[in-house]
Design a protein around this ligand. Sequence first.
Ligand code: PLP
Length: 403
Amino acid sequence: MFDEIRFNKIDRLPKYVFAAVNEIKMAARRAGEDIIDFSMGNPDGPAPKHIIDKLIESAQKPKNHGYSASKGIYKLRLAICNWYERRYSVALDPEYEAVATMGSKEGYVHLVQAITNPGDVAIVPDPTYPIHSYAFILAGGSVQKMKLPFDENYEVDEEQFFKNLHQALNDAFPKPKYLVVNFPHNPSTATVTLDFYKELVKIAKKERFYILSDIAYADLTFDEYKTPSILQVDGAKDVAIESFTLSKSYNMAGWRVGFIVGNKKLVGALQKIKSWIDYGMFTPIQVAATVALNGPQDCVEEIRNKYEKRRDVLIDSFSRAGWQISKPKATMFVWAKIPKEFEQIGSLEFSKKLLTEAKVAVSPGVGFGEYGENYVRIALIENEKRIRQAARNIKKFLKNYRS
Ligand SMILES: Cc1ncc(COP(=O)(O)O)c(C=O)c1O
């Protein structure tokens, strides 16, 4: 019925590339196969006990069961600002420069809804976490992509990045209003230095665009690498906001807690749109999130350590199985070039083969954009024993193609 009634926004969203791999995975599981699943970025452990205890305690209080504050309770916004002060020596005003969000994805999508006029252009590096570009499509804007350049150690080639950025600024019409950056990067794991942000802020001020920075993986860094914040740059608040999430650092993905801080005009727009759309997270979740940010951080170190060990086991065992991959410095992913003999078929077909023949599920790189082709993303969400099992399966699989 009503075939003539179209939903243009929904029609502009492509079929999820990952769905193809997912369907095969589910069918294999239904058939009783044991699939080792590296395909989702979904943390596999529980939230730390002291945070859960606080949630329970707070949920016992009747006064906490009503509508909450859409921009987040004051105590949580204060904890967010203190987190920035402690970690980056960045001073933020909890009233005007911070919003608590239902996960950083909700915050980002609603921010983009609030600030995008029809036809507005945002520059988004490719490959990308899909919603970074599709938020603009959903909001009636459009995306100018630019290739994300990085070396074999997944360090962004900063000079080339700025060249690509200038090219994108020249190519786009109308003039881009926004640039999205996400370092450490999903899916490529690419990292940047603070100098990169200094230059970026300079360019943004000259070319007059805002920067939306996502540091979801800020805590998941290895080998001495530390995540810089764009807000550490003097005057960055004039042109930038930054988002963070408790999903990864505290294993709280299902709780849906994140935040966005920085530029008053953008933060104000998000606060306003949220005040129309939602009544805030359940107060006990906000109270527990406050405890997460203010409390002991050894739980974060444990989680970081777990990913680092898994990364080491994966790189080492896959290498012995015949698949050489460079070590990422950050995130909960490994961004792996597909083995040479499969370059012809591309990342989607390779992922399907790996799933059906080696019983290992990964995400095809092409799902993250055209420059993700020839790579797959391996999420470090299976334990070390399962990673070693995957390596054994892959060894047999590769042998079949190499002998
Ligand atoms: C780069 C990046 N940003 C944001 C998110 C969303 O996190 P959440 O909405 O759970 O805060 C993810 C989740 O995988 C991510 O990879």
